[in-house]
Ligand binder design. Sequence first.
Ligand code: MGD
Ligand code: SF4
Length: 750
Amino acid sequence: MTKPSFIMASRRDFIKISGLGLLGLGVTGGAWSVLRASTAWEDLVAEGIRFSPTYCEVCFWKCAGWVYKNEKGDIQKVVGNDDDPHCNGRLCPRGTGGTGMYHDPDRLTTPLIRVTENGKQTFRKASWDEALNWIADKMKQTKEQYGPESVALFSHGTSGDHFEHLFKAFGSATLAGPSYAQCRGPRDAGFKATYGAGVGSPEPTDIRDTRCLVLIGSHIGENMHNSQVQEMAEAIDKGVDIITVDPRFSTVAGKSKHWLPIKPATDLALLLSWMHVLIYENLYDKAYIEQYATGFEQLKQHVRRFTPEWAYGITTIQPDQIRATARLMAAAAPAVIVHPGRHVTWYGDDSQRSRAIAILNALLGAWGRRGGFFLKEKASLPEYPYPPYPQPRWTWRDTLDGRYALADEAVTNTLIEASIPKEGQAARIKGWVITGTNLPQAIPEKGKMLQAIDALDFVVAIDTMPMEVTGFADVVLPECTFFERYDNLRNAPFREPSLALRMPAAEPMGDSKPAWWMAKQLAERLGLGAYFPYKDFSEVLDWQLKQIGSSLEEMKKTGVIRLPRKSDNLYIKEGEPMSFPTPSGKIELYASTMEQAGFDPLPNYIAHPEPPEGYYRLNYGRAPMHTFSRTANNPNLTDLMSENDLWVNPKVARIWGLENGQYVWLKNQDGMVSDFSIKVRITERIRWDSVYLVHGFGHNRKELSRAFGKGVSDTQMITAVRTDPVMGGTGMRGNFVTFLMQEPTKIKES
Ligand code: MGD
Ligand code: SF4
């Protein structure tokens, strides 16, 4: 076994280290493939070298890893857990650099309360008692006056689990997160209308065995979801054909057999035309469709007119290329994946685009087939026996006011709207608790958010960092990072069920605390202590693990438990009957749930607004070393990428006289001017009608010493939102920007 080295690595070096999977504890035992404590492990501990299990919170792939500490107990590095199917022993650059979250000197380390001094609002340090009493008093008052439902929770990530439990015990189901209406919601609505179930996370894409991978605006590789990227690398080695549809020559476009530089906002036309080719050239999987699907004849009639020639006029993709790519998919079927994507809130018709993707996969017979989509399974882990929750009188669903009939989860924006008083009518929501989400960078239409914040009785932010969201809070609670706490076991559906443990590798820094502790303290102050009947959250984990024949002690040594599947059908067996959880029990090519809710039962192309003269569509995406805005100040990751740049086509650069490396400000179609400037990168890799930048930069909090003023925030430039009528997703890619060569205003902190 390779012994870990504790020589301080330079920030660039340690990315390589993560790839080595240093902890070679590949011992399996019993019915479970469980890593057992080896002598080598005990040797290491005896030598004063400590490591403990975690799963990563830098993004939501939740890779399991080992945190290494030196003899003094200082966290040195984190490496992947060999037995974890989410990472296969290797963390991505962000995960490896995740220790920067722990070491960041800008971290929040004490509770803060807003006060006014000499007429100016500021924060002062507070004790935990003072801060928690303040929040509990506000929650109690609001409950008495308006009902518990009037306190809303915005959350993203594992700390949200603990507050969700508190809120449900309190009597509020007014809970939302940006991972739905700003991210994957339309995808899950589109797939659910077709297959009866959403896609979920991790996506059940069988990439390692696929023969043809179609990526529509989903840039795997830049969007670094660990095992998915590893599987794609494996598939590339095996000669997979990749078709990338993107107005931008993304990294994966360079590995693709076909790059289709589609005119932005026209993907649905291409998808309909691909269906036309598959059906009218008799290339679809007839046996599969006959056995498992319904609505084929309606679909056939529907796509009759969507010829490649029709689509060419809309998408700018040559008819020959549309035919060739459809035939390539059919030749690989059923080992083909038209990837559902993840962040899909683009143009406001995103559920329908996702429906088209779902239908296309059905025509290719890919759902439930090797090399297509596997049938995922998750561990059945008993819930801790908490008392039953009270029934709220109203929930997030009531804030939809009859809109978005197929929304399965809360829509952040309707909670924001319900927090703004209307003419003569008080707002339903009076207080916000926000944890693990930086709302000003995550949710477009900041104007509405500011209106709501102005009207609210109280705002609490729980964060590890002094992010923008904390600037709007009355009370800020400092959460310790995922390196310093217990959280729920990771239990995500995949090819085989697995559980991963996160435990503290170090004491919380300063006066920061874990979310479970904060939620418990608030519960006790609210008379809800019965919902938190433990001293330490580890007791909950131990109880749950004991129900399945393991224990916390055992898991501390393995980090991951892999469980056998209960069903042996990772794929549908040839000809095997299969019932889908749709109203008809079949894959619904013609979606009855859509029809009943008053939406098109078959997807239709609609034209979207074009950029005004002199403006370019604002396209945005991901970088492999950053996640949203949460990593922008991470000392390790800013070393790798400290600001975003603006991709500009050479033709556009010539018109504007732009030079590589020059800084420009951006102005959008509504006159919104960027707070900061962005470096121009002239490249043929972007179409002339668009510009591109990485999301999550352009921070305006001076407390973020490395992120402040670096690059432009795409969210700031997104003032026009096209809302998806099906589920309320906020389409954000209908915004257009132009360049300003001079600093337009003095930078103000908002
Ligand atoms: P971040 O901006 O990274 O993501 O939206 P968010 O979840 O809000 O903000 C995360 C916040 O959590 C930060 O303030 C960070 O400091 C804090 N944090 C990190 N770790 C912890 C922790 O352990 N505990 C606590 N309490 N806080 C922690 C993501 C959302 O954004 C998503 S999912 C998508 S897909 C959308 N992407 C997107 C986009 O690409 N462009 C634009 N313009 N908007 C987008 N919005 C959406
Ligand atoms: Fe962490 Fe990377 Fe895994 Fe995401 S993909 S959980 S950032 S290691």
